[in-house]
Structure formats: structure tokens, C-alpha cells
Design a protein. Structure first.
Ligand SMILES: Nc1nc2c(c(=O)[nH]1)N[C@H]1C(S)=C(S)[C@@H](COP(=O)(O)OP(=O)(O)OC[C@H]3O[C@@H](n4cnc5c(=O)[nH]c(N)nc54)[C@H](O)[C@@H]3O)O[C@H]1N2
Ligand SMILES: Nc1nc2c(c(=O)[nH]1)N[C@H]1C(S)=C(S)[C@@H](COP(=O)(O)OP(=O)(O)OC[C@H]3O[C@@H](n4cnc5c(=O)[nH]c(N)nc54)[C@H](O)[C@@H]3O)O[C@H]1N2
Ligand SMILES: [Mo]
Length: 694
């Protein structure tokens, strides 16, 4: 199968590749249509203060405006008055350059990225249990061999179509697929067993599953004794989660809990995977931890063909979280508050370690502080559209409007770019080289197929240009205590520090990551080509890479995995008489993320033209709503208007909407901005609403 997008000059053809076996989803093969889309940005835009409108401008004008704006707020309010917001779709090279630019170009502590809305709960749970965060600690192909595969809050049939081949293979091999989702999704329809809990009750379900495994004697005592610590507290905690109690809370029948526990506890090769349905909660870290506890008690992690993993979402969801876009992080998955990490990275960057700022704050907290007293007054956005994708989006939209300076680098005029003072047109996937790291921790090449359109620069070139201009205008009165001549950086030095060539950036990333958890030191572009991808950690060029983690030890100081006792707690917002229904959100096959790109592709627009509100026919009847009727979903924060879509596949106490749309159909007008205390993950997957015919 080879598909060619009209006039794009680029042909996207699936090739035989071990990860997806040549599979490519509809979004993949229509992506070429965007390359020469009429709405593609090909010139910078600058807002005219008199008219308030965006006008085309030269790169010089646009970049001068950015630099003047940054200088103004930093001179007035200090370096942290400028913030950077990145994205998990950026290549490793860009994510790395952006983190470095924030820390030593802008010298601000404020950088975070949309992965906080995506991967952060599973990442934090993985770190605390295993001492490392790699989505899958084993190759994807293991899924096809699993006797039992449990998917918790994941709908790969719509969100990761290439992965479905492994599910099919698993079934063909006689394996059992169990899906936990409040909706009968395309994935749940393929399952042998579908558990349909109330949103936000996955933790209780996991504790009950472990309770049953303990009662039935399915816990792997030898593994627990040899390879883990902390089981006793977990055992005591789950003692209170007898199955009938979990049924009462979640609505999952005891018989289904027992059947699931049996399949996991007696299944041979067993894999447990979580995705956003379980993770995007104010208790996301604890919920993932409950499934990790279950996996550890059954002796799965590190056992051949078994384990726990998280289905990483964005194009570079894994690599994007390793090289310094996170508020608390330096390249190689190092911590910015670790003195040894600071020394190492500052050495690679050629600055004194004490010049590196400290940790910033997680994404939602950052966005919510913009333009407020003491908060950042300028924001640079690369690869995200928070006006659509942030929780409680109307409030965040207001924060963005309060900024002195909003700069957005994008290929299209996203809803966030439309609010910007300066919009910088950037290259996209087919127009630049780089690397991405997939959910298996496998570093892959992304190749330029053609140059960017005239007038468009790559993100790396934009960062390089900005660094040079900032150095040129560096004022010594930013911080008089720092007026040290050794720190003055002329433009040429700054530009050399921020090379625009991705190959040069990758070479530096390798050195910066050396010795870190996500060690890329031994990964060269040539080796990636030769081996069809290289799994980190890979510390030396002539040494092996690491397709499988945990076979002998975990990445903790004592080599043992750590149990953590976790208990169910209610959602941050519970239903009440005024807001009696549960609202949850997610994705549809034909739209991607905030929709900037996919809402502009005709075939995808036809397939999924507008937002909808999915509700059960019994609920609809009670509310006097027919299929297709316009409905209003209201929460304490705002409302969403979209046509009703009746489905017996959803619980009658829960309504669902996709989050891909802007305007009246924006699901995030309704969502709750409560966040997980450990990961900073917002509670996208549950809040309380009222539904009416509009
Ligand atoms: N088509 C398409 N594919 C995508 C994307 C896209 O936007 N569109 N985005 C990519 C990205 S960045 C990501 S992160 C992944 C996300 O991939 P998934 O995690 O598979 O996607 P979601 O639809 O957000 O959530 C999965 C399921 O969680 C269920 N759910 C809701 N609340 C709960 C709950 O409380 N408990 C449980 N157990 N389930 C619940 C929803 O009904 C939904 O079916 O997809 C990636 N792939
Ligand atoms: N209610 C609700 N909200 C959610 C979720 C949910 O399940 N429910 N899921 C959350 C999740 S998991 C995620 S990942 C976020 C995603 O939401 P966002 O962070 O908004 O991510 P995208 O929509 O992918 O935005 C990417 C933007 O960057 C642009 N872009 C693409 N490639 C590049 C590039 O290389 N460089 C630059 N400079 N720009 C580029 C695109 O055109 C687009 O405008 O949404 C979160 N929001
Ligand atoms: Mo995501």
C-alpha cells in the first residue's frame, strides 16, 4: 500500500518495520496533505498594537520583537519572568535544545511541556517503583506472546492502530485480552473480558485484584522476597479491598474481578498496561502504582514475556520526557537539583554549574501563573496548543491573554498561536532530520524528505537565532551581581552554543546524557540506521543496547523494586444534585490531539467533523434528548455544546466527549484543573457535570 497526498510532492509509504509491521494509521497517511496546506504558515506574524491584529512580518522584525519583549520583562521582573512551554511531539534534538535554551539562553527556571498532561503519572509511578521511567521495559513484540494482556484505560484500536496487530496476534496465539474502560470502545469489543468501571475507580479495582490474588495464593512469594521491598504494607492495605467492596464502588461485578485476577494470577506470560484512562486523574500516580504493585506481587516485571508498561502517547512522548523539557530535569533523565548532574551538564554546556537555574513548576501550575503577580509575563510555546488541550481551558486562555508577550512557533495558526504577539512559522516532520524515541525506549531516525517551504525555519534554527540576538542585547543590569565579564556572551558564541544542525545537537545530547538514566552516549545515527533503532540505555558505541530492562535488577540503589501502599480516594470533584453526572474525555480515531493539524485535513474532517457528547439511551430518555440533538454539558468551570451521540456502550451515569475541538465544542471548557500532587497531572478523565438539551 502506497498513498500519495495530492500535490504534496511527498509520498508516505508504510514499510516493513518491526514496531508496527508496516502498519500506518489514517492520520499517518493523510499527514502529507498538511505539508502544502493552504493554511500553512510561511511568514512570521507580528501583532500590531494599534489594531490588535496579526500581520505578516520579516524574520528580523519578528525576532527583534521577541527579543525586545524578553528583555523588557526580564529587566523589569527578573529572569524567571520568561517561561517556555514545549511538546512531546518535538524530536529529541529539539526537546534538548529547548531545555538548554531555557536554562542558559534565557536563564529561567520556568520550562515545562505538554507531556505533563500525558505521561507524567505513569512516569512518576515508574520512577518510584522501578527507579527508572521507560514506557515499555520490553519490546512491543512481547504483547503478541502474552497469555494474558490487561489494558487499563487504553483504547489502542483508535489511538495506536499499528499496535492492534500485536493484539490480534496475541489472540491468535490463544491469549486472553482484558480491557478496563467505562466505555465499550473499539478495543473493548475485541476483548475476552471487558470491565466497565465508574471513571476514577481503577485504583480500587487493582487493590481488589491483588486482594483476590493473595487469598487464592497466586502471589509469587519467592520473587517478592528476592526482588522487592515493602510488600507487607501493601498486603495490609489491600486486605481491606475485598471484592464486594470494589464492586460497590466501581460497579464491576465480583465475578469479573475474580475472572480477571485468575487470568493474571495463573496466566503464564502476563502483561499489564496502563494508558491515559487510568493515569489522567488527581490520583493518577497512585492508580498506576496500584497496578505496578499487582504486577510485582505476581512476579511479572523482568520475567521473560511478562511485565508492566505504560502506553506512551505522542510521537516522541518517550524521548520528549528525557532531555530537559521537564521543569525538574536535565538531559539523560537527570534531576536538576542533583549537584553531580548539574556539574556534568554544565560542563557539556560550557557554563559554571551555579549558573544553571533550579527546578521550575509543572505545566498546569506554570500556565495558571502566567501574567499573575510574581508569575511569568512572557511565554514561548513550541509544539503545543494549550488553548484547546489544557484543563479548565477558558481560564488558561485568560492567563495567556494577560501576558506581556506570547510567542508561538507552529506550522499552522493554532488557537494558541491566534492569541500570540509573535507567531514563528516552523518546519514539520518531513522537512527536518532528527530522532524520536518510541514507547519501547527505542531511538529511531526521522528523516527530512524535502526542505521547508521558503520563509519557514526549523525550531532549532529559531532557537539558534533567538540565542544569538539575546546575547547581542544582553544587558549587564539584569543582575548587577552577575556583571562578570566572563559571562558576557557575544552573538557568535551564543549561536555556536545553539547549533541549528540536528546532527550536531544529537552529538551533544549524547555527551550530555552520558551516565544518566536515559544514556544515549553509544547511539549514533548510523547505528540507528544499521539496527532499525537502538534501545536506551546504550552507554557505549561498541557495547550492547537494552531492549529489556529488569531481568536481573531494578534501577533502584539496592536493585529491588519498591512496593508503595496506595488507597482509593474519591475524584477531586464528586457528583451532586446540581452536577449529577460523571464527565470523561478522550480521543477518536480520525482526530489528533488539539486538532490543529487533523481538523484541517479534509478526509479526517469528514470522518470526525465536530465534537459530540456520548451518552447512554436510558440517560438520554430521562433528559428528553434524542440522537443528534444539540446538548449542553455544564460543570462548575464552563460548558461544552455539541450534538448528542447515543450509545449503549457507555455507562448511564457517565458522559464522554473527545477533546480535539475548539470553540463551543471544547471539552476542556468543562474539565477540572485539580492535579495529582506528585506528577502534576490534571484530572482530565473525571469531573461532575449537568447535561441538558441546548
Ligand atoms: N487518534 C488519535 N490517536 C492518538 C492521539 C489522538 O489524539 N488521536 N493522541 C496520542 C496521545 S498524545 C496519547 S497520550 C494517546 C492516548 O491513548 P489512550 O490512553 O488510549 O486514549 P484516551 O482516549 O485518552 O483514553 C483511553 C480510554 O480511557 C477511557 N477512560 C476514561 N476515563 C477512564 C477511567 O477513569 N478509567 C479507565 N480505566 N478508563 C477511562 C476512555 O473511555 C478511553 O477509551 O493516544 C495517542 N494516539
Ligand atoms: N480533556 C482532555 N484534555 C487533554 C487530554 C485528554 O485526554 N482529555 N490529553 C492530554 C494529552 S495526553 C496531550 S499529549 C495533550 C496534547 O495537546 P497539545 O499539547 O495541545 O498537543 P498538540 O495538539 O499535539 O499540539 C501540537 C501543536 O504544535 C504544532 N506542532 C506540531 N509539530 C511541531 C513542531 O515540530 N514544532 C512546533 N513548534 N510545533 C509543532 C501543531 O501544529 C499543534 O498546534 O492534550 C492533553 N489534553
Ligand atoms: Mo498524550
Amino acid at each position: 500500500m502506497t498513498l500519495r497526498a495530492d500535490d504534496a510532492g511527498v509520498t508516505v509509504h508504510p514499510r516493513q518495520f518491526p514496531t508496527n509491521r508496516g502498519g500506518l494509521c489514517q492520520k499517518g497517511w493523510t499527514a502529507a496533505e498538511l505539508l502544502d496546506h493552504p493554511e500553512r504558515l510561511t511568514t512570521p506574524l507580528v501583532r500590531d498594537p494599534a489594531t490588535g491584529e496579526l500581520h505578516p512580518a520579516s524574520w528580523d522584525t519578528a525576532l527583534d520583537r521577541v527579543v525586545a519583549g524578553i528583555r523588557a520583562v526580564q529587566d523589569d521582573a527578573g529572569r524567571d519572568a520568561v517561561a517556555v512551554f514545549g511538546g512531546g511531539g518535538l524530536t529529541n534534538e529539539k526537546a534538548y535544545a529547548l531545555g538548554k535554551f531555557a536554562r542558559i539562553g534565557l536563564r529561567t527556571r520556568h520550562i515545562d511541556y505538554n507531556g505533563r498532561f500525558c505521561m507524567s503519572s505513569a512516569a512518576a509511578a515508574g520512577m518510584r517503583a522501578f527507579g527508572i521511567d521507560r514506557g515499555l521495559p520490553f519490546p512491543l513484540a512481547d504483547l503478541g506472546r502474552a497469555d494474558t494482556l490487561l489494558l487499563v484505560g487504553a483504547n489502542p484500536a483508535e489511538t495506536m492502530p499499528p499496535l492492534v496487530r500485536w493484539l490480534t496476534e496475541q489472540r491468535r496465539n490463544g491469549g486472553k485480552l482484558i480491557v478496563i474502560d467505562p466505555r465499550v470502545t473499539a478495543t473493548a469489543r475485541q476483548a475476552d473480558l471487558h470491565l466497565q468501571p465508574l471513571p476514577g475507580t481503577d485504583l480500587a479495582v487493582a487493590n481488589a485484584l491483588l486482594h483476590i490474588a493473595l487469598t487464592e495464593g497466586w502471589v509469587d512469594r519467592a520473587y517478592v522476597a528476592d526482588r522487592t521491598t515493602g510488600f507487607d504494607a501493601v498486603r495490609r492495605g489491600v486486605a481491606a479491598w475485598w471484592p464486594a467492596r470494589a464492586e460497590q464502588l466501581s460497579g464491576v461485578p465480583v465475578a469479573d474481578l475474580e475472572a480477571t485476577a485468575r487470568a493474571l494470577g495463573t496466566g503464564g506470560r502476563v502483561i499489564i498496561l496502563t494508558a491515559r484512562g487510568a493515569e489522567q486523574h488527581a490520583k493518577g500516580v497512585d492508580t498506576v502504582t496500584a497496578y505496578v504493585n499487582l504486577a510485582l506481587a505476581l512476579g511479572l516485571p523482568g520475567r521473560d514475556g511478562s511485565g508492566y508498561g505504560c502506553l506512551t502517547g505522542q510521537g516522541n512522548g518517550q524521548g520528549g520526557r528525557e532531555h530537559g523539557q521537564k521543569a525538574d530535569q536535565l538531559p539523560g533523565y537527570r534531576r536538576i537539583d542533583d549537584p553531580a548532574a548539574r556539574e556534568h551538564v554544565a560542563g557539556v554546556w560550557g557554563v559554571p554549574a551555579d549558573e544553571l537555574p533550579g527546578p521550575g513548576v509543572p505545566a498546569y501550575q506554570l500556565l495558571d501563573s502566567l501574567g499573575t503577580l510574581g508569575g511569568p509575563r512572557a511565554l514561548l510555546v513550541f509544539g503545543s496548543n494549550p488553548v484547546v488541550s489544557a484543563p479548565r481551558a477558558a481560564r488558561i486562555e485568560g492567563r495567556l491573554r494577560d501576558l506581556d508577550l506570547l510567542v508561538v512557533a507552529d506550522l499552522l495558526l493554532s488557537e494558541t498561536a491566534a492569541l500570540a504577539d509573535v507567531v514563528l512559522p516552523t518546519a514539520q516532520w518531513a522537512e527536518e532530520d532528527g530522532t524520536m524515541t518510541n514507547l519501547e525506549g527505542r531511538v529511531l531516525r526521522r528523516r527530512a524528505l524535502r526542505p521547508p517551504p521558503p520563509g519557514v525555519r526549523t525550531d532549532l534554527a529559531i532557537i539558534s537565532d533567538l540565542a544569538a540576538r539575546l546575547a547581542d542585547t544582553e544587558s549587564t543590569d539584569v543582575d548587577p551581581a552577575d556583571a562578570n565579564p566572563a559571562r558576557v556572551r557575544p552573538a557568535a558564541v551564543a549561536a555556536a552554543r545553539f547549533p541549528a544542525d540536528p546532527a550536531v545537537v544529537f552529538a551533544e545530547l549524547r555527551r550530555a546524557s552520558a551516565g544518566g538514566a536515559a544514556d544515549y552516549a553509544g547511539i549514533s545515527w548510523d547505528r540507528i540506521d544499521a539496527d532499525d533503532g537502538v534501545y536506551w540505555p546504550c552507554p557505549s558505541e561498541d557495547g550492547p543496547d537494552t531492549p529489556r530492562l529488569f531481568a536481573e535488577r531494578f534501577a533502584t540503589p539496592d536493585g529491588r523494586a519498591r512496593f508503595h501502599p496506595v488507597d482509593h480516594r474519591p475524584a477531586a470533584e464528586e457528583v451532586c444534585a446540581t452536577y449529577p453526572l460523571h464527565f470523561t474525555t478522550g480521543r477518536v480515531l480520525a482526530q489528533y490531539q488539539s486538532g490543529t493539524q487533523t481538523r484541517r485535513v479534509a478526509a479526517l474532517r469528514r470522518a470526525a467533523p465536530e465534537a459530540f457528547v456520548e451518552l447512554h439511551p436510558d440517560l438520554a430518555a430521562r433528559l428528553g434528548i434524542d440522537d443528534g440533538d444539540p446538548v449542553r454539558v455544564t460543570s462548575r468551570r464552563g460548558e461544552l455544546r455539541a450534538p448528542a451521540r447515543l450509545s449503549t456502550g457507555i455507562r448511564p451515569d457517565t458522559v464522554f466527549a473527545p477533546f480535539h475541538y475548539a470553540g463551543a465544542g471544547r471539552a476542556n471548557s468543562v474539565t477540572n484543573d485539580a492535579v495529582d500532587p506528585i506528577s502534576g497531572m490534571p484530572e482530565f478523565k473525571i469531573c461532575a457535570v449537568r447535561v441538558e438539551k441546548a
